[in-house]
Design a protein around this ligand. Structure first.
Ligand code: ZN
Length: 193
């Protein structure tokens, strides 16, 4: 069977884990970021967790390199477009891409700009390649609650809510999950969703 031709859906794709190594090299050059290497293979290896990964921290280190170039609107739009483009070329017809908006503020972008850039990259790919997409916002458990609230505020704002599936990912405990869900419900009522 030709799996590439088979129409597929992808419901679990990480934006920062799916960046083309070539794009990392190009963006680093544009942004004057020093990379440990300009060899595509070396960069690709740095983004792949080893077979035996001792712990989650070690695993998450693989995201450092892509995240370093994902701090501008242009980079986020391009990467979102390319992730959807790569999927479309493998005949994925629908894909949900997740990312943590709070990880993209290092150069001063606000949450609205961050989410907006990713959504617009996705929408461009939808137009060009006919793929359908949705964005899942990851709320990171090590981030302070008020920062998490910023993400929820933008996600519930009028222009963006139609495009987003908001989930609470990796919450520390059931208690914190429950209080976050309560907060979300309250806010939903307020904007009468
Ligand atoms: Zn995952």
């Amino acid at each position: 069977m030709n799996y590439k031709q088979l129409p597929k859906i992808d419901l679990h794709c990480h934006l920062d884990g799916s960046v083309r190594p070539e794009t990392i090299i190009e963006l680093a050059e544009q942004q004057n970021i020093d990379l440990p290497s300009k060899d595509v293979n070396v960069i690709r290896d740095m983004m792949i967790a080893p077979e035996t990964c001792p712990n989650l921290i070690e695993y998450l280190k693989r995201f450092d390199l892509p995240l370093s170039v994902m701090q501008t609107k242009v980079a986020l739009e391009r990467i979102a477009f390319e992730v959807y483009e790569d999927a479309a070329l493998e005949n994925v017809t629908y894909m949900e891409v997740r990312f943590g908006p709070l990880l993209h503020r290092e150069k001063g972008l606000n949450i609205e700009e961050i989410i907006g850039s990713v959504v617009s990259g996705m929408q461009r790919a939808e137009k060009v390649h006919g793929i359908k997409g949705n964005i899942i916002l990851s709320l990171l458990r090590h981030m302070p609650t008020d920062e998490i609230n910023d993400v929820i505020d933008v996600a519930l704002s009028s222009w963006v809510k139609a495009w987003l599936l908001l989930i609470l990912q990796a919450v520390k405990s059931w208690a914190s999950a429950r209080s976050s869900f309560r907060l979300l419900n309250m806010r939903k009522k307020k904007v009468s969703m």
